[in-house]
Ligand binder design. Sequence first.
Ligand code: SD4
Length: 317
Amino acid sequence: HTSLPLIINTWPFKDATASAWRTLQSGGSVLDAVEQGCARCEVEQCDGSVGYGGSPDESGETTLDAMIMNGDTMEVGSVANLRRIKNAIGVARAVMERTEHTLLVGESASVFAENMGFTAEDLATNKSTSMFSRWLSGNCQPNYRKNVFPDPSKSCGPYKPKAILKETRRAQHADIHSHDTIGMLALDQNGHVAAGTSTNGMTHKVPGRVGDSPIAGAGAYADSSVGGAAATGDGDIMMRFLPSYLAVELMRTGADPSTACKMAISRIKRHYSEFFGAIICANTTGHYGAACNKVPGFSQFHYMVSNSESDAPVLKS
Ligand code: SD4
């Protein structure tokens, strides 16, 4: 097939696609491509949901989740709840290449990053500060706490038990602008596959919350004997089903990428018919596909593709 090498990523983050493509063209590896592509979004703060200055948690802090996977060696490096460091995918790669571990979390991950020479910076911006204060000063609903509501005598918290309909939470998730992780796959002509993700998670999440993005098999998965997959959406739900792992395993047993993506989404739908989410898949012949759960407010999922068939990234849906 002629369409290798291939870069594919979630959402219309075309600068990320272009950056990954350029990295491959200038002799970089698939890992370099995924790292550079996701890092591009971390710098651009793609959609406010990748990198610094977005998705403040319930205490107002932005923290980052990222992972990278080498489909040749099956090595993974991940960081979750990373504080103070903007280049989360870079730290994930350092975990993979400079430790024997797979996942580092929270303050300790940040100290590791500082020791590895990453710059510590405040991840707050005017935008994230005002998102947080707007939430505090009125509309602060405990998005992600079940069966609790703020004390009505205070503008926000401490949370008091109260019945809360599950639909409330689902409705919040239907707002696709509150979470648009970058998930990226890179495949080259020599059969190398890499996958990665980077995100600032969910707005007003409970501090300490980790989503699907830094979890191997959930946020992304790569196996150079098959291909790769990456997911985006409601990580709290999606990570229970390891959709990226499932999609890669379905391709291993012969499913084409579109079918594998659809089946991974259907598996989640069986239990959470209204969940918000999408997945991209590609196999080692350069074929690719995507699927999303069509729910009100989210009927079309956009993703970017770069391969030898065009000289600029192409938007697909
Ligand atoms: C998360 N999956 O932290 C991420 C968010 C996301 O599109 O992908 N949004 O749950």
